[in-house]
Design a protein around this ligand. Structure first.
Ligand SMILES: [Zn+2]
Length: 418
């Protein structure tokens, strides 16, 4: 399912390209690796030897003979390395432990994240990680890092510089530093939508797409973009903020500073408020549970719930179309906890909008589907981000993780942590 990376693979991304093709192929010979990547046989041999020495790739039998000596097949050793993804939300903390093959081998959920006090959250995460690692029985030395994911936006050297009103205590809190000290693991920060896009790519469900967006709805609406296997990061890893596209000039004030943003008109928090104002009976135990309850009502054919969510879906469809037109996408994957619940209510509106007016519709189709891992996509993405950065660094994501004992850990350059 992997895309050939073309003949001019840079030195930096050679290992990344080979690992990517091996992962995509399952089992593959050196000759086929050279053919698929455009690299020379000699380069493939050298890099494969390095990957075998590092335990990431193993030889796994021989191909069927086509006349000559059958070729040795290579495959990834999925248990050679692991990474942990941590998703911080108001309602709780989700952890996943993923192996090199992208499979989730352990998960943990702590409800109630005490988001008012970041230093307590750091203590909490440290305790939970110890419990998670012990329960799965993975050798701690094989864990290459921690990918911490939260609703954006992020700043490189610190954490969240601009936060939602509910997370004001996190403004300027040095989250990566504090977690690195507490856990002894290298830490990467990423926003939820971007991480989800990497997770989707790493999990191998990308099909033949070359340019896709993960449209992520959790507490807000955002997106992550993957272009030919590379994450599109922009200047500071705050790309794809489609929730803050203005669709009503004099619309309601948004927390980002704008007016009439898609999120301010149709995000989950707003949708819940609209439902309550319309007299829909919701449990009132947090916007995520209320949104889930509203979704269940709509799926059970409640007219008011359906109307509110359909209206939200039409706004979200405008955001999806803007993104598709801007990036010439061939696939949009709906993911995140809100789409895990309500994805089936949003897909038809997005498809309708794109069928009518996606700019490149006469040139190529655009797929719209729901992620198989929508509910925990951000945590899976956090782990995938670490694996991708540590084991398969690419030209656009060369933020090598630093060892926590390194003197450079406490103040990484702005591009080093996301
Ligand atoms: Zn906004």
């Amino acid at each position: 399912m992997s895309t050939a990376v073309g003949p001019r693979v840079s030195h930096l991304s050679t290992q990344a390209a080979l690992l990517d093709v091996i992962r995509g192929a399952g089992r593959i010979s050196r000759v086929d690796l050279a053919r698929r990547t455009g690299l020379t046989g000699a380069t493939v041999s050298i890099v494969v030897r390095k990957l075998i020495d590092e335990g990431m790739v193993v030889e796994a039998g021989r191909a069927e003979s086509t006349g000559g000596k059958p070729a040795v097949l290579l495959e990834l050793d999925p248990d050679a390395r692991f990474a942990i993804g941590v998703h911080l939300e108001q309602s709780g903390i989700t952890y996943v432990l993923s192996n090199l093959g992208g499979a989730v081998v352990g998960r943990w959920r702590h409800t109630g994240a005490e988001t008012g006090d970041p230093s307590r959250v750091v203590e909490r995460i440290s305790l939970d990680l110890t419990a998670l690692i012990e329960s799965v029985g993975v050798e701690p030395d094989l864990i290459v890092g921690l990918g911490v994911v939260s609703p954006g936006p992020l700043t490189g050297s610190v954490g969240m510089a601009l936060t939602r009103p509910t997370m004001n205590a996190w403004t300027d809190f040095p989250l990566a530093e504090a977690l690195q000290r507490a856990t002894g693991l290298p830490v990467m920060l990423e926003n939820d939508a971007t991480a989800a896009a990497v997770g989707e790519y790493w999990a191998g469900t990308r099909g033949s797409s070359t340019c896709f967006a993960a449209l992520y709805m959790g507490v807000g609406l955002g997106s992550g973009l993957m272009v030919r296997g590379d994450l599109y990061r922009g200047a500071s890893s705050n790309t794809g903020e489609v929730g803050h596209i203005c669709v009503e000039l004099d619309g309601p004030q948004c927390w980002c500073g704008g007016r009439g943003c898609v999120e301010a008109l149709a995000g989950p928090e707003v949708v819940v408020a609209q439902a309550r104002a319309a007299g829909v009976d919701l449990p009132g135990t947090g916007h995520d549970k209320d949104f889930a309850a509203l979704t269940r009502l709509a799926l059970a054919d409640d007219d008011r719930a359906k109307e509110i969510l359909h209206r939200s879906a039409r706004y979200v469809a405008l955001a999806a179309q803007a993104l598709a037109n801007l990036m010439d996408l061939d696939r949009i994957v709906l993911t995140g906890p809100a789409f895990a619940q309500a994805g089936s209510l949003y897909v038809p509106a997005i498809r309708d909008q794109l069928d009518r007016s996606f700019f490149a519709r006469t040139t190529h189709p655009i797929e719209v589907d729901i992620s198989l891992h929508a509910a925990e996509a951000a945590a899976i993405g956090g782990a995938a981000l670490v694996l991708q950065s540590e084991l398969a660094p690419r030209a656009s994501s060369t933020r090598a993780l630093r060892s926590p004992t390194s003197s450079r850990v406490l103040r990484l350059p702005a591009h080093a942590i996301h």
